[in-house]
Structures are given as structure tokens and as C-alpha cells.
Design a protein around this ligand. Structure first.
Ligand code: HEC
Ligand code: HEC
Length: 327
């Protein structure tokens, strides 16, 4: 091979590398951090794990009478295996059958969302959602355009009439106070998933928060007992709330301001759901699910556009800001 031809080859090889670099740069999976985040966002847990956990905890008196401070109701521990406790009946009107007891294979909504629709971060707060929006979500869960195993099962086993009744019930309820206290920090207690929630790992010390929301019950046992007045603390990275306020109110030059659709105070407008005062873990999970293509459909198109421009840190920031607002 002549020197000249070799030089041409070498030049070609060099240019190939230059071309290859941006190509391999694009191949980086921008959603990898979001996929990884589902480990703490979705708090995965199963009935079998719960059973094993109970079997390994110190034997508890099945006849023990359980109480919550301020509630006039009492339950025997053994009763909780078959009864959905309703500690605060004064907080909601009479529940429709599908909510309280379920029907056929359709499980009672209250089992996962609580009699008052307050839910936990693993599920969702239904109190105060627009009825039309609830009906649409059940359709999406059923046809799989919104991905979630628990709700896919539920939506496949409830009648249209029961969905309508449940939607009317939950949309008539109100979130009256902040349940989650948002705290901005650099470090958090080490945690793990247990009973469908993040809990402190005893003797685990602390770790850097990174790009996470660490939402913890103030009293784990009360949440396990189904206390809907239970309160939570949500640790978020320092600076999140201010950054989130900017995104929500102005779009920060990146997106359309969330407030332009969800309302100035993020309390929702017509069929657009409220975000104020809701679990920041839940809100972040939905933004991540939208980005991963696990929430699709015509109604979601404005949101698809929003999330395509948001980083995981942006999502956490805007969720932290929304959670800090009065519902
Ligand atoms: C076995 C547990 C379980 C039962 C029973 C259940 N849900 Fe859910 N529900 C969930 C989980 C988990 C989510 C969160 C899904 C997600 O992250 O996308 C959810 C989410 C929802 C949402 C979405 C809320 C939002 O803001 O978009 C609606 C609406 C809903 N459920 C309605 C109901 C209704 C109505 C019933 C009773 C007919 C019911 N659910 C019964 C577990 C349950
Ligand atoms: C152009 C209008 C529009 C803008 C701007 C917008 N949203 Fe939405 N958003 C919607 C609509 C419509 C839905 C309901 C989609 C559906 O029916 O599934 C929604 C749903 C959501 C949900 C799911 C709520 C739930 O209960 O599951 C979240 C979270 C959310 N938006 C957050 C945001 C954030 C954060 C921003 C700003 C970064 C934003 N939205 C900006 C229109 C908008």
C-alpha cells in the first residue's frame, strides 16, 4: 500500500471514530436513571412478602385490642386480616359497596386507597380527583395504556356502574390538610421497602439523598394499621422546592408552566387532576411512568410533551413543590 493510500485510509478511520462518537453518545439510555428510580418510586412488595414478614416478627397477641389516639373505634388484631379498618368514619360519607366490600373479584377500593381515599404513596390519593378523570384512568388501566398490575386486575373486574359510583364517591371527598411535610436535605436515613412503603433501616445510619424522594411515615405502625390521618415526612434534595416553583409557575424556559393547565395553585382544573398536597413520591412516579411510555393515550399527549423535556431531578423538584402546597 502506498504511503498516500495509507494516509487516506488512516484519515478515513479517524473520521469514522469522529462519526462514531456522537452516535455512541446518542445510544446512551437517557431513561436509565428513571428506570432505576422505579425501585424506590414503586415500593414493590407482595402479599407473600407481607405474610413472611408477619411470620418472622415477634408473636403478637391475636386478641390484642388495637386503638389509635383520638379514634373511638377499636379492632382486634386478628380482625384486621379480614376487615378494612375505618378509624375515622366522621371523615367521609357512607361508602358504596364497591369501595367498602368489593363485588365478585373486584376488590374493595378502600383496601388500597382507604375508606377516605387518602391512599399511600404506593397507591394514590383519590380524594378530590375529578370523577371523569377517575373513570378515564380505570379504562386506561384496563386496556393497558396505563401500566400497573394491581389496577389492571381491579379495572378488569369491576362493572361500569361500580366504577361510576366509586368515582362519584372519591371525587366528592376532599383532602383537607397537608399530609406530607416536605424537608430539603443533603443526607437521609438509610431505608428499604417494607409493607409497600419506605421505612428506616434500623442501625443503617445515613446516606446521600442523590436524586430521590424519601417519603417516610412519622409512625410506621399507624400506617400498617390503616390510619388515614397518619402523617409523612418527604425528604427531597436541597433546592428542590424553589426549582420546582420556577418550573411550575414559569416553565423555567424548558416546558409549558404546569400551572397553565393544573391551575395557579395546582389544585386542578375541570378534568385535569390536582397535584397540590399529594404525595411527591406518587407525583414523581407518574412523571417517570409518562417518560418511560407507561402512561399513554390521547389525554396524556400534553404530558408526554412536558416529560420529554424534564430530567429526573426536575420531576422531583416539581413534585416537591406541588406536595408543599395546601391541597
Ligand atoms: C390491590 C390494590 C388496589 C385496589 C383494590 C384498588 N387500587 Fe386503585 N391504585 C392502586 C395502585 C397501586 C395505584 C397506583 C398506580 C400507579 O402508580 O400508576 C392505583 C391508582 C389508582 C388511580 C389513579 C389515580 C390518579 O391520580 O391517576 C385510580 C383512579 C384508582 N386507583 C381507582 C381505584 C378504584 C376506583 C378502585 C376500586 C374500584 C381501586 N382503585 C382499587 C391499587 C389499588
Ligand atoms: C398542556 C396542559 C398541561 C401542562 C402544561 C401540564 N399538564 Fe400535567 N396533566 C395534563 C392532563 C390533561 C393530565 C391528565 C392526563 C390523563 O387524563 O391521563 C395531566 C396529568 C398529570 C399528572 C398525573 C396526575 C395523576 O393524578 O396521576 C401529573 C403528575 C402531572 N400532570 C404533572 C404535571 C407537571 C409537573 C407539569 C409541569 C412540568 C404539568 N403536569 C404540566 C395537562 C397538563
Amino acid at each position: 500500500m502506498s504511503v498516500r493510500r495509507w494516509a487516506v485510509w488512516a484519515g478515513w478511520l479517524v473520521s469514522l471514530t469522529w462519526v462514531a462518537m456522537p452516535v455512541s453518545g446518542q445510544a446512551v439510555d437517557v431513561h436509565a436513571p428513571m428506570r432505576a428510580a422505579m425501585a424506590w418510586l414503586a415500593t414493590p412488595w407482595s402479599d407473600a412478602q407481607e405474610k413472611a414478614l408477619q411470620a418472622h416478627s415477634p408473636p403478637r397477641d391475636r386478641d390484642a385490642i388495637l386503638r389509635l389516639p383520638g379514634s373511638t373505634r377499636t379492632y382486634r388484631r386478628a380482625q384486621l386480616a379480614s376487615t378494612i379498618p375505618d378509624w375515622w368514619p366522621q371523615d367521609h360519607p357512607a361508602m358504596p359497596t364497591i369501595v367498602a366490600r368489593g363485588r365478585g373479584k373486584g376488590l374493595p377500593c378502600a383496601e388500597c386507597h382507604g375508606p377516605g381515599g387518602k391512599g399511600i404513596a404506593h397507591t394514590a390519593t383519590l380524594a378530590g380527583l375529578p370523577a371523569g378523570y377517575i373513570v378515564e384512568q380505570l379504562q386506561a388501566f384496563r386496556d393497558g395504556s396505563r401500566v400497573n398490575d394491581e389496577m389492571h386486575f381491579e379495572a378488569s373486574h369491576v362493572s361500569v356502574a361500580d366504577v361510576r359510583e366509586a368515582a362519584a364517591y372519591f371525587s366528592g371527598l376532599r383532602l383537607t390538610s397537608r399530609r406530607v411535610h416536605v424537608v430539603q436535605v443533603a443526607r437521609v436515613p438509610k431505608t428499604h421497602v417494607e409493607s409497600w412503603m419506605l421505612v428506616r433501616t434500623r442501625g443503617g445510619g445515613t446516606q446521600a439523598i442523590g436524586d430521590r424522594v424519601i417519603e417516610l411515615p412519622l409512625n410506621e405502625e399507624h400506617v400498617r394499621l390503616g390510619d388515614e390521618r397518619a402523617r409523612f415526612v418527604a425528604y427531597v434534595p436541597s433546592g428542590s422546592v424553589a426549582r420546582g416553583r420556577l418550573l411550575a409557575t414559569s416553565g423555567a424556559g424548558k416546558v409549558a408552566a404546569c400551572a397553565s393547565c393544573h391551575g395557579a395553585d395546582l389544585r386542578g382544573v375541570a378534568n385535569i387532576p390536582p397535584l397540590a398536597g399529594r404525595s411527591p413520591t406518587y407525583i414523581t412516579r407518574q412523571l417517570v411512568q409518562l417518560a418511560l411510555g407507561n402512561r399513554q393515550g390521547v389525554a396524556n399527549q400534553p404530558m408526554q410533551h412536558e416529560v420529554s423535556r424534564l430530567s429526573l431531578r426536575d420531576m422531583i423538584s416539581v413534585a416537591a413543590y406541588a406536595a408543599s402546597l395546601k391541597p
